[in-house]
Write a protein that binds this ligand. Sequence first.
Ligand code: ADP
Length: 160
Amino acid sequence: MIVIYPGSFDPVTYGHIDIIDRCSKKFSKVVVSVLNNRSKKNMFSIDERVKLLKEVLKEYDNVEIDTFSGLLVDYAKEKKCNKVIRGLRAVSDFEYEMQMALVNKKLDDEFETFFMVARGRYAYLSSSIVKEIATFGGNISCFVPKVVENAINEKIGGGY
Ligand code: ADP
């Protein structure tokens, strides 16, 4: 079974990597799909986000990195895969995720959303919090791999 794991990944964190690692063991293939959302203010361009994902996931033979824009259901149809994984960290994620899952189901009845519960030690972790900590000079090495940490610090040093 092939699954799509969509998200902003701006940038990828250990929380995302844990979900991908667990999915790669349960499904035959995981397509990590980076949302190309021009209206959202991202720290990293789509190419930079893809590059970081490829770097940190290079050991996984059954993980592919892709990009998409527009509706997830249309992208899923194009990929001929109607199963999507979303991570749930807290009850606060649940409301939005439930709404998205129901809307996507309404748009395409064949579309299925699977939720994977965050590991306790990553349940507080988001890309936004990592960027915020780094902006204030905090140590982010326990939240993201070294290559991502360096990329964030470069952005901040460059006056992001
Ligand atoms: P964020 O910017 O909040 O980190 P993304 O859009 O990049 O979010 O997240 C993609 C998916 O990964 C979402 O389903 C999100 O809930 C999930 N996710 C993000 N961080 C974690 C985490 N620490 N543990 C588990 N799932 C996560």
